[in-house]
Structures are given as C-alpha cells and as structure tokens.
Design a protein around this ligand. Structure first.
Ligand code: AHR
Length: 514
C-alpha cells in the first residue's frame, strides 16, 4: 500500500468523523396525538414579595405608566407570551385570603399581615375586581384558588356566587355596585392549596371529605360553572391522586400537583441561582427530568380510577427553587434566572407535551419577581428572563396537536458517574398547520447534531430560533438586558439529510419547511 502523507491522512480521518455526536429524531407527522392544551402554558401570581405589588400592580396613581393600576410594560411583555391563564391569589396565601377584604373602595380595605411571605402588610389593593381586570388586559382565563384552610363553605360559596351570579341577588348587586355588573368568567376554581402542608396539614382522606363538602355548595349558573380543582400531592407522594380520584371524583375536573426543581434536593440548602458548579447544573437537569416519572406514576393511578379521562392532571406549581438572592427578604423568594432556567422550562414543556392527554394545565411558579419568573422589575425598570424567552419560543405549541417523536442514538450528558439524556425533543402540528420541532440540549459544553426525519410531509429546511449562552449562569441584568436572548436559526437539507446543530445548553424551536 502506498504511504499517505500525514497531513492528508489527518484530513481524511477528520472528514470521516462527525464533528459532533449525531442523534436521529424521527417525527411522524401522519400520526397526530392529543391536543396540547394552551393552559399548559399557564402562569401563577401570588400575593408574595413583589410578585404582584410593585412587580405588576403599581396602582392607578403611580408615575409608572399603568392601566388602572397594572404596569403597561409588564402587561405588554406578558401579552407577547399569549398567557392563556393566571392562577391567583396563592399558593399558601390563598388559604388565609378572605375575599371580602379585597372588594369595595381600596382606601377602606382592611390591612392584614401576609403571614406566609415575609410578614409584610397586605393592604388588599389587589382583590377580585383588580385580578379580573388583569386577566382581561392579558386576554387570559382566570384560575381562582379558594380558601379551604381558614375559610368556611359559606365564604367560599359566596365568593363563587359574587363572581358568577347573573341574577338580582344581593351579592350580584354588590358586584355591580363595585363596578362590574356583568358576571366574571371564572374558568377554574380550586378548593384549597397544598392541603398536605401550608393549606392545613391534612391527610388525603380528610381533605377528600372536605373537598366534597365544600364542592357541594359551590353553585354557579350551569353555563358559567368553573372547572373545579382538587388540591393534590407533590413530589414522590401520589397517595393524594389515588384518594382524590377515587373519593372526590364527582364534579372534579382536575387534580393538582406541585413539583419544584432544587439543585441539591435539600430544602435547607437548595443551591445558588448563579455562580453554581457544573455538578449543580447536572443535578438540576436530573431533578427537572424527574417530573416525567412523577407524571407517569400519577397518570397510571388516574388511568385506573378514571379510565374515561375526565380528570385532568394539573401541575399548577412547578419550576426551579434556589437559595434566595443574598441581601433580599427571604420571604420574597427572589432568585436570579439564567440559561439553566430556560433549559429547565423547555425540558418541562417537552415532557408536558408527551402527556398532553392528561396534563391539561400547568402553572409555572411564578409570573413576576418570584422563583422562576418570566419578568424581573426594579421600581420602573423591567427585564425579561431566559425563562421568558423559552415561553415565547414555545408559543406555537399552545393548542397544537402533539406528534410522536422517536430519538435514537441520543447522547448522554454525564457527570460524576450519573447521566441524563443529552437531547430532549418534542414536535406538534401548530394551529397554523405548520409542523414545529423543539429541541433541548442539556449538555453545558457539547453541541450535538440532530438529524431530523419527518414522516408524512416534505421537510427540506427548518427555520426558527435558538436560545443559548456562553456561561452556565448567563442571565440578563438591568445593565445588560439582552445578554441572553434568542437568535435566528435555520438549516437546510444537504445530501438528503436535514441536520440541526443544537448548541450546548440550548433551547431550539423551529418550523419545518417543505
Ligand atoms: O410558590 C411558592 C409557594 O410554594 C406556594 O405558595 C406554595 O403553594 C408552595 O409551597
């Protein structure tokens, strides 16, 4: 054999080796699955820290531009996310909230103490009418969380009547005197929150009885009846889903579930939001991906007790929860939001899509300034977080029809002897008829080539956006608001292969072009 020159040999070897691992993604556009309910992209706004007061509500007298008290900048940014649904007023706050405190002239509303969140005064400036004004401004549906913990069946029933009654009842007239003659549209109403914890430290059987008791008296005109939500379990505990789907199923539209991603898994020392080691990038990815096994376990119980699939599985609190930002009120749960959070959000979206037939609503915690927020404000300033951009990129998946995806030859992102899948994928037929593909790369250092194969339609190119950053904790600040933001992405087929290079630590959403 003739000897090759070393330089030529090296080039030949390089050309025969793929520069990046090659993963194959098969999408079957001919086998549409369940519709991805738009409410999978729901939000949560609690009376907690500056999540409402200052963050989105500034009051009509504020020098910050607002509409009837709601900040124009924040509302405008949220409208771009097509927020479908907002959950309010809590969280733990809900079980100490008495709705009559939040109606009538704001100047005369009682001032309470927010015992759950920082012990700060709660002046009730945002109440029922203000909340419905917000959801109307956003074009969103309302998810109202009732007070089971410290309220009575009468108080809860009267709130539902106040909001929904069309007649001449005293409560309907009171609502009209307070400025809203027409009933409010309550899309969802939950009976308590985290009954296993801040909502009353109950056992599932006891809560199931209370749920049935309270639900009996929640009356609304038949066409305006809110979907009722039973407050379920969290984390590894699926006993709530078991008991509630068996004993509280009558009239229940959904059972809620909470799951937070903690880098260390320990509530006492959760891990830092920025400046964290790669081991905590890895453990955050691994923890986020565990939502899949939690959904599977609970859905298996629902499939047994509710084979007709009348009960939805609503993950109405989820997201990252880090050690609170040093120097801020620990009760306000403010944390920085980085590219890691965007990747965590997109991993959740892909998993929620895979369970679209049961997971019909989710609510990230929380919308503004609290935990894994979309938006951070500081007085009159506002910035959009990487999580915001993940939500924006996934807008085409709202109401889309899930398509089956198969990943083969997937990479493994490994750390300290443990591994998670390198690529996560989802695909759907959007309401505009286009096929959308979402890809997430959990590896913070390695890009990956994904060869896309779409059955049932021509696929010669893709066009969309990619969100990535150089550092694992890259984030936006008021000094650098655009440090992390999506960039355009496109790829065309070459040699019969359509290859998408997904950068390290990235979220990508593309539309397939024929
Ligand atoms: O989202 C913050 C808190 O987390 C909520 O108030 C509570 O329901 C959960 O424990």
């Amino acid at each position: 054999m003739k000897a090759c020159k070393p330089a030529i040999l090296a080039l030949a070897i390089l050309a025969s080796l793929p520069a990046f691992a090659q993963v194959r993604l098969a999408v079957d556009a001919g086998k549409p699955g369940a519709v991805i309910d738009k409410n999978v992209y729901g939000q949560f706004a609690e009376h907690l820290g500056t999540g409402i007061y200052g963050g989105i509500w500034v009051g009509p007298g504020s020098t910050i531009p607002n509409t009837r008290g709601w900040r124009n900048d924040v509302v405008g940014a949220l409208k771009d996310l097509h927020v479908p649904l907002v959950r309010w007023p809590g969280g733990c706050f809900a079980d100490e909230y008495h709705w009559r405190d939040g109606i009538g002239p704001r100047a005369t509303r009682p001032v309470k103490v927010n015992t759950n969140w920082g012990g700060v005064p709660e002046n009730n400036a945002v109440g029922t009418h203000e909340f419905f004004d917000l959801v109307e401004l956003l074009g969103a549906d309302a998810y109202v969380n009732g007070n089971l913990g410290t309220g009575t069946p009468q108080e809860m029933a009267e709130w539902v009547e106040y909001m929904t009654s069309e007649g001449e009842s005293t409560l309907a007239r009171l609502r009209a005197r307070n400025g809203h003659a027409q009933p409010f549209k309550v899309a969802y109403f939950a009976i308590g929150n985290e009954a296993w914890g801040c909502g009353g430290n109950m056992k599932p059987d006891y809560y199931a009885s209370l749920y049935n008791h309270y639900a009996t008296f929640l009356k609304a005109p038949p066409h305006a009846r809110p979907k009722l939500i039973a407050s379920g379990g969290n984390g590894d505990d699926s006993s709530w889903t078991e008991v509630l789907s068996r004993d509280a199923a009558r009239g229940t539209d959904g059972i809620s579930f909470h799951y937070y991603t903690l880098p260390t898994g320990a509530w006492e020392k959760k891990g830092a939001a920025i400046g964290f080691p790669e081991s905590e990038w890895f453990s955050t990815m691994a923890a986020a991906l565990r939502i899949d096994e939690h959904i599977r376990r609970n859905v298996a119980i629902l499939d047994k007790n509710d084979p007709q699939k009348t009960i939805g599985f609503y993950v109405d609190e989820w997201g990252t929860w880090y050690d609170v930002e040093p120097g801020t009120n620990p009760g306000f749960l403010f944390q920085r939001n980085t590219i890691r959070d965007a990747v965590v959000a997109a991993l959740h979206f892909n998993i929620f899509h895979a369970h679209a037939d049961r997971v019909r609503m989710t609510n990230i915690a929380q919308m503004v300034n609290v935990l894994q927020a979309m938006i951070v404000t500081d007085k009159d300033r506002m910035l959009l977080t990487p999580t915001y951009y993940a939500y924006k990129m996934y807008v085409p998946f709202q109401g889309a029809t899930a398509l089956p995806v198969t990943l083969s030859n997937n990479t493994t992102y490994a750390s300290n002897g443990r591994g998670v899948p390198g690529i996560s994928a989802s695909a759907a037929r959007g309401r505009d008829g286009k096929t959308y593909v979402a890809l997430v790369n959990t590896d913070p250092a390695q890009a990956t080539d994904v060869v896309l194969d779409v059955a049932g339609q021509a696929a010669h190119a893709v066009r969309g956006q990619v969100l990535t950053a150089d550092a694992m904790d890259a984030h936006n600040t008021f000094a650098r608001k655009d440090a992390v933001k999506p960039a355009p992405f496109s790829a065309s087929a070459a040699g019969g292969r359509l290859t998408l290079r997904v950068p390290a630590k990235a979220v990508m959403v593309v539309a397939v072009e024929g």
